[in-house]
Design a protein around this ligand. Structure first.
Ligand SMILES: *Cc1c(COP(=O)(O)O)cnc(C)c1O
Length: 364
């Protein structure tokens, strides 16, 4: 196996979009609908380890119908963004944390770990090559999607695949939820479960999402925007909101559910915990039930609730509904701390605020 750092073979696209076509996309990018001109691809085999590292034109994959990922969902991903700062620099936010989580997920999925420097290098190379796709509009970003799939063409299920493909694609992104920082109305999922102890809740695998769409659809059918996941045993303890972590605010105290293995350890969640301490807030990681959530809103003790993740940053939660009725969080409007933390985090990412934790990784 090769142990030397991988070097990427660079093959530039001969059909890259023109500046006009690109500007047309960047004027209204949406989220995850348009992709840049290039992608990263690295192969792994049991015999040769990681090899065949390439930057190449963005395009379809050709895979045998028996390929393992299609049948057993041996697949996972990461998500992070490149930001264009006011001085023209292009940066990412905590890519080393994504690299570390990538490998935590890889171990859970019985897939090979990727050296952290190769992960970070792959992002740098793709963003440098497709730098003109990093939006200049405030609040817009280039969303980066590293992922790994099992590529062995065989239907046997007694062992994991002996071949994998690591890929990175990039997509210019407007705001994730249309309509800015509008509070969301959430639906408590009392019938469906996202993750159970010993399962894959902490791993960023596609299978977690495949099982979640039906609950998200139920939320929408009940007039809500997003599903809130509860614990697998009693459906009492709050875990996450859709693909985002969740925070509760009691005056100047912040409460968030602990990382017990069923929650995805969000990098935004971790950053907010650290920023909150910097801002002099008290932070507690402890379980919270839906009964406590309702009672604390009724008594006025809970002043705000919000969800957080890379894609939408911080989103206020305005109202909660479930089978047994619903309640409003405070006055249903975005809370003061919610907006303050959002401004602080976005300010670090766009370089308008100091970066005391060294979270910014400069690419260009
Ligand atoms: C990715 C993800 C998050 C948020 O993680 P960030 O690192 O903050 O983007 C939260 N929950 C789930 C289920 C996720 O997949």
């Amino acid at each position: 196996m090769t142990t030397a750092p991988l070097t990427f073979d660079v093959q530039l696209s001969d059909h890259a979009r023109s500046a006009e076509e690109r500007e047309r996309v960047l004027a209204s990018p949406g989220f995850g609908q348009h992709f840049t001109d290039h992608m990263i691809s690295v192969r792994w085999t049991a015999r040769d380890g990681w090899h065949d590292a390439r930057l190449k034109p963005y395009g379809p994959l050709v895979l045998d119908p028996a390929t393992a990922v299609f049948h057993y969902a041996q697949e996972f991903f990461e998500g992070l963004k490149a930001y264009r700062q006011g001085n023209g620099s292009i940066v990412t936010f905590r890519p080393d944390a994504n690299a570390a989580r990538f490998n935590v997920t890889a171990r859970r999925m019985a897939m090979p770990e990727l050296p952290e420097e190769t992960f970070v290098r792959s992002l740098e190379l793709l963003v440098q090559t497709d730098r003109d796709w990093v939006p200049t509009t405030e609040g817009h970003t280039l969303y980066l999607r590293p992922f790994m799939i099992a590529t062995q063409a065989a239907l046997g299920v007694n062992h994991p695949s002996d071949e994998y493909l690591y890929l990175v694609i990039a997509s210019p992104a407007g705001s994730y939820f249309t309509g800015g920082v509008k509070p969301v109305h959430v639906w408590l999922s009392q019938d469906y479960t996202r993750a159970a102890p010993g399962g894959t809740g902490f791993a960023k695998c596609g299978g977690n999402y495949a099982g979640a769409f039906v609950a998200q659809r139920e939320a929408v059918e009940n007039g809500c925007d997003q599903v809130v996941w509860l614990d697998a045993f009693e459906h009492r303890y709050v875990e996450e909101m859709g693909g985002m972590n969740i925070f509760f605010v009691y005056g100047d105290r912040l409460v968030t559910p602990p990382l017990t293995g069923t929650l995805l350890p969000g990098i935004t969640r971790d950053s907010i915990l650290k920023l909150a301490v910097d801002l002099g807030l008290e932070v507690t990681e402890r379980p919270i039930t839906t009964d406590e959530w309702r009672e604390a809103c009724e008594s006025g003790a809970m002043t705000e609730a919000f969800a957080c993740g890379t894609a939408a940053v911080i989103t206020p939660i305005g109202r909660v509904s479930g089978r047994d009725g619903g309640w409003t969080v405070a006055d249903g409007q975005p809370g003061e701390l919610t907006l303050r933390l959002r401004e602080e985090l976005v300010g670090i990412q766009y370089g308008t605020r100091p970066d005391p934790h060294d979270w910014i990784h400069k690419i260009l």
